[in-house]
Design a protein around this ligand. Structure first.
Ligand SMILES: CC(C)(COP(=O)(O)OP(=O)(O)OC[C@H]1O[C@@H](n2cnc3c(N)ncnc32)[C@H](O)[C@@H]1OP(=O)(O)O)[C@@H](O)C(=O)NCCC(=O)NCCS
Length: 198
């Protein structure tokens, strides 16, 4: 586990797109984060909503720091208003979990959650594309995973739209999960591609 946490991920503290700002979490995001954890629609394929009291106590005890300091973890905010829209994490998939494409595990793994009111506008696509482009510019080429319940059609549609390929399924948490994979450098932006010199 420690080894996995030590593997590098995206180091940028802020990434902007046409409509969004990916940034580190702040105290003002706590209401939005509580909403994500307690909304049955957002948590439908993530084990169901968590009890509000439990989530509130977590933030009362630990504040925002545990999330804000986590490498590769971003709040997706509206670029103009800074309003909380969701979260995006480009983390490392622990070897303890099922679902890998390398023998040693610890692959880059993308996860995304948007407030229900922000679905259907291409915002997750925009946020994920920007994060993956930034990671491709910073890190050596390697596989990136998306693991999602097979019943989570929106999540799978997003993964497919981003260019992830479904490679296998497995059962975890009493549900079929789909493992999808992409090559990090497939997200290299034309502007970041190495220009030959001389
Ligand atoms: C998974 C999730 C982030 C997908 O959100 P989303 O808004 O559907 O994702 P996208 O950003 O790809 O948006 C696609 C929709 O926006 C529309 N859209 C509008 N403008 C668009 C644009 N510029 N680019 C792409 N899509 C656009 C698409 O037509 C599509 O609409 P549809 O849903 O009516 O087919 C969201 O459903 C969610 O938070 N779910 C709960 C959390 C979860 O299960 N996460 C997965 C864990 S890995």
């Amino acid at each position: 586990m420690e080894r996995v946490n030590a593997l590098p991920t995206l180091s940028a503290t802020e990434i902007t797109t046409d409509r969004l700002r990916l940034r580190k979490a702040r105290d003002a995001d706590i209401d939005g984060l509580i909403e994500l954890q307690t909304d049955p629609r957002v948590r439908a394929h993530l084990g169901g909503p968590r009890p509000r009291g439990l989530v509130e106590r977590y933030f009362d005890a630990d504040g925002i720091r545990a999330i804000a300091d986590k490498p590769g973890t971003y709040v997706i905010a509206d670029r103009e208003t800074d309003r909380f829209i969701g979260t995006l994490v480009l983390g490392r998939r622990s070897a303890d979990l099922p679902g890998h494409v390398t023998g040693e595990g610890g692959e880059l793994e993308l996860t995304y959650l948007l407030r229900h009111g922000s679905w259907g506008a291409g915002l997750a696509t925009e946020a994920a594309t920007a994060a993956l482009r930034a990671a491709a510019a910073e890190l050596p080429d390697q596989p990136v995973l998306v693991v999602t319940q097979t019943a989570n059609e929106r999540s799978l549609a997003l993964a497919t739209r981003l260019g992830f390929r479904r490679v296998s399924t497995f059962t975890s948490h009493d549900a079929e999960q789909t493992l999808a994979v992409a090559t990090l450098h497939a997200f290299t932006s034309p502007n970041d591609a190495h220009q030959p010199t001389g």
